[in-house]
Design a protein around this ligand. Sequence first.
Ligand code: NAD
Length: 458
Amino acid sequence: MIYKKNILCIGAGYVGGPTMAMIAAKCPQYKVTVVDINDKRINDWNSDNLPIYEPGLDVLIKTARGRNLFFSTEIEKGIKEADIIFVSVNTPTKNFGQGAGMAADLQYWEKTARQILSNSDKDKIIVEKSTLPVRTAKAMERILNSASGTIKFEVLSNPEFLAEGTAVKDLENPDRVLIGSRETEAGLKARNELVDIYANWVPREKIIESNVWSAELSKLTANAFLAQRVSSINSLSSLCEATEADIEEVAYAIGTDSRIGNKFLKSSVGFGGSCFKKDILNLVYICQSYGLNEVADYWESVVRLNEWQEKRFVLNMLSNMFNTVAGKKIAVLGFAFKADTGDTRESPAIYITMGLLEERALVNVSDPKALVNARVDLKDIKDGIDFIEDPYKAAEGAHAIAVLTEWDIYTKLDYKQIFDSMVKPAFIFDGRNILNHKALFDMGFNVFAIGKAPLKHF
Ligand SMILES: NC(=O)c1ccc[n+]([C@@H]2O[C@H](COP(=O)([O-])OP(=O)(O)OC[C@H]3O[C@@H](n4cnc5c(N)ncnc54)[C@H](O)[C@@H]3O)[C@@H](O)[C@H]2O)c1
């Protein structure tokens, strides 16, 4: 098979796997290879048991795998062959030295840049797919152009806006695709090559072009704004609980204002996921390093509010369960950071489970897709924890249920059966506001939702 161009993606994670599967499915004229240092991940991508759960991903992979989509551990070979290289390695928060706990740890990023340089014998376009601090492309260019020679690298920024749980839908029909480049002749030529790839399925007006720094900063800004919406509504949920206003009524009332809009106004136990916290802290660090301390403090408060909301949830459980949960069984329904994913990175459920265990509760963790990751997150806990997929079994003999992920299945459980199997008084803490609180109260539960007056029988 003769392909138009060879595309390589370095990093076969939550972003690299699905994005490349979509490009391969929509562009059979390109050969797309995804490489990773993690053998197991690559084996899983080549199997029927994919390494991540996303609705529709298995079908998408089957469309292209073996045709023009390949998963491999042969990174150097992949680099040599490639005309266009997407870099989608992880960029976690740095946990050592200068900027620890805030700045992005760019060691994987830099290693990749050096590996590209040492294995290239023809011109290449390098695409930043990972989320990176603004002006990282400059560092990338410096490394790539450090060797004297005639090979030219053009660095583009093409941040990924997919949301886990809806990744396939988001990739197939994105709100926008953002492509940033240098505004030189070579930069614009490279930008056009990438535009041409996306234009195979994305309407042209949804492909936004910008300079490379705007593209880099837009991704951090998008995540900061999304997280800020969650923290804003969550901050007011506490006021609702104190005043008997209802956060859902307030959210509806303000969301009908077209200037505000109704998306991302769902109050909850807090946001999680691998990106929001890390990207905001990264933004905070960048602002600090430019001396913009007021801006840094403003954005940092979004993360602090989220941490407070998680803490508040545990304290609320404790105070309503007569100030002790020691020796009490609590069923945690949902461990993923959101529905329709098995991802538990930065999930509020981790913090809440740990908080309950510190209070010596006995926690049954339940989740339809995230128990493998939950076991890893809680691997150091020896006592007081059990992992039970069946929510009915997890709740049997429990004093309380805490709903921490908005899985649809939790809205459809037979709560009368669950109530009958629990210790009385039975408590339910709905950390996602997905249940019918009045019906649960009528069954006999004491019901505590986010941003609503409690419904209790005592
Ligand atoms: N997860 C999301 O929803 C999401 C959305 C948008 C953007 N992002 C950003 O995309 C980037 C990747 O995120 P992810 O969730 O896919 O991370 P991930 O941890 O799931 O995947 C990263 C992969 O890169 C591999 N890797 C690391 N160094 C490597 C190297 N030198 N060579 C080859 N492979 C290497 C790792 O083994 C891993 O499999 C991050 O910058 C993240 O902020 C993530």
